[in-house]
Design a protein around this ligand. Sequence first.
Ligand code: SAM
Ligand code: SF4
Ligand code: SF4
Length: 338
Amino acid sequence: MEKTIIKDKLNRPLHDLRISVIDRCNFRCQYCMPADKFGPDFVFLPKTALLSYEEIERLARIFVNIGVEKIRLTGGEPLLRKDLPVLVKKLSTIDGLKDIGLTTNGVLLPKLAVKLKEAGLKRVNVSLDSLNDELFGNINGRGIGVKPVLEGIEAAKQAGLGVKINMVVKKGLNDTEIIPMAEYCKNNGLELRYIEFMDVGATNGWKMDDVITKKQIFEMLKEHFELEPVDPHYFGEVAKLYRYKETDVNVGFITSVSESFCSSCTRSRLSANGQIFTCLFNGNGHDIRNFMRNGATDEELSNRIAEIWNGRDDRYSDERTAETYKNRKKIEMSYIGG
Ligand code: SAM
Ligand code: SF4
Ligand code: SF4
């Protein structure tokens, strides 16, 4: 098939793809899969519903053919999916795919980092919201301390993977960790990205009042560090970046709530059971798995994906109000992977 570039209704190209490989997780983070809502009786997707690695590879090739250059694997917890390096290896053979990343809670990295790197993974984003064992155990809902995550970070570094740290900040929960996390990451040469607590899904009880904005975090940081802005590396870069003066260490902000970036949002999402979502906040998924399993050709799949992208006009964060939060059809973060 000839390579084509497609644009959505707001003229945004399709540039990157998040693939959720599993909806399960070994954590129950309060802001994502609260333990009281995702208890022992919660029904996750059956194995047959998940896209196989062959199916993911096939779709990924088609996505790359219509413009995708970057793929990030996520979940749920992607490292829980059996033999993940096998998928990474398959993806790494795709011509035109420039970058493969992974977002993880990190605890399985000591076991998998080397294999993932050998398979072609370039970078990992490890989520860590606190350096305090008790608080972190409370946030992850499983009483898991900080040590296994720090060991995961170290294993990824040792394996030669690029490592960034994601910290979701929620008022009254972990705002006391903003400075300790900055210090830890700066001292260890790690780029930390503060993520504003988002209203994804219907289970995390989001309120605008719980959000600590980039501006507020930046003011706190300025009392301890000298920062200078860093230009975006490419169109659609999500993080707003700064550098600690006289170092080569960056710190970033994902300002999904306070400074929306919909006009440059070039991201599509593929859920673990093969639904395409054109926005983190648009709960209307487009099935592609059954279409594929019913015998669609590559060309038909490509046309279908292009049609979905061409019809996209999502700009939820630009339009967010308390009303839109209440009224929209919601989709869980653990399902489409952040
Ligand atoms: N389990 C992996 C992890 O935690 O990194 C990957 C999936 S997780 C859904 C992807 C990212 O979304 C993580 O960095 C997580 O912290 C972030 N996240 C989850 N719920 C969020 C929320 N309500 N607001 C902002 N970020 C959130
Ligand atoms: Fe699991 Fe990641 Fe969600 Fe935490 S943020 S519950 S680790 S999927
Ligand atoms: Fe992209 Fe939707 Fe987020 Fe806007 S709200 S940046 S369109 S995912």
